[in-house]
Design a protein around this ligand. Structure first.
Ligand SMILES: [Zn+2]
Length: 206
């Protein structure tokens, strides 16, 4: 792509670093911003800059938050001894949108994936094990995607908790194998939480 302006080229390059944005789309977005009032670009830049500088991770569930303890964890109406284990905040948002879950979450920040060099020590697993061993949790719901990495992660956590008296369940697989949680529609996902099954049964089936 030939540019008549270095400034334009630089802006298009930066935009094209985003996932799913090729050079052509990047150019279209940048030209769009140029046609809009200057304030629109300023608001965008400010929102992203503030987000990046001020965002926190909840000290309890590791979800993205504006404050040290997120709105879900600090909500007195949530069931505090039930924890749903998810990969990232998109899963929290997907499950919240079903309106079917009143417990808390624990965000792992990914899945165990030796191929990508991600081991248990790279994820928020030890804080989960500690939380469970402290006795404040009655039920753990595994809600990772039904991929090999998801299953490996579930099983690793399950093994870490051997000997601990706790109810473990996994969301029912109305969600197909290899489906990512965030793509499940709200009704299917809601149903799979309500109809969750004991984790041991899920192990026998796989
Ligand atoms: Zn939280």
């Amino acid at each position: 792509m030939e540019f008549s302006s270095k400034l334009l080229e630089k802006a298009v390059y930066e935009m094209s670093q985003l996932p799913g944005i090729g050079k052509r789309t990047a150019l279209r977005l940048v030209l769009h911003l140029l046609r809009q009032p200057k304030t629109q670009t300023e608001h965008l830049v400010m929102a992203l800059g503030t987000l990046r500088n001020e965002i926190k991770f909840c000290q309890n569930c590791h979800s993205i938050s504006d404050v040290n303890i997120c709105d879900i964890c600090s909500n007195p109406n949530r069931v505090r001894d039930m924890i749903c284990i998810v990969e990232d905040i998109r899963d929290v948002m997907a499950i919240e949108s079903t309106g079917q879950y009143r417990g808390l979450y624990h965000v792992l920040g990914g899945k165990i994936s030796p191929m990508d060099g991600i081991g248990p020590q790279n994820l928020n697993i030890s804080s989960l094990i500690e939380k469970v061993k402290s006795g404040e949790v009655k039920e753990l719901i595994f809600a990772l995607s039904a991929t090999m990495e998801g299953d490996t992660t579930n099983f690793y956590i399950y093994k870490q908790l051997e000997g601990v008296e706790i109810k473990t369940s996994t969301i029912a697989r109305g969600i197909g194998v290899n489906d990512e949680l965030e793509y499940a529609d709200e009704i299917t996902l809601g149903r799979s939480i309500v109809n969750r099954i004991p984790f041991e049964n899920a192990l026998k089936n796989s």
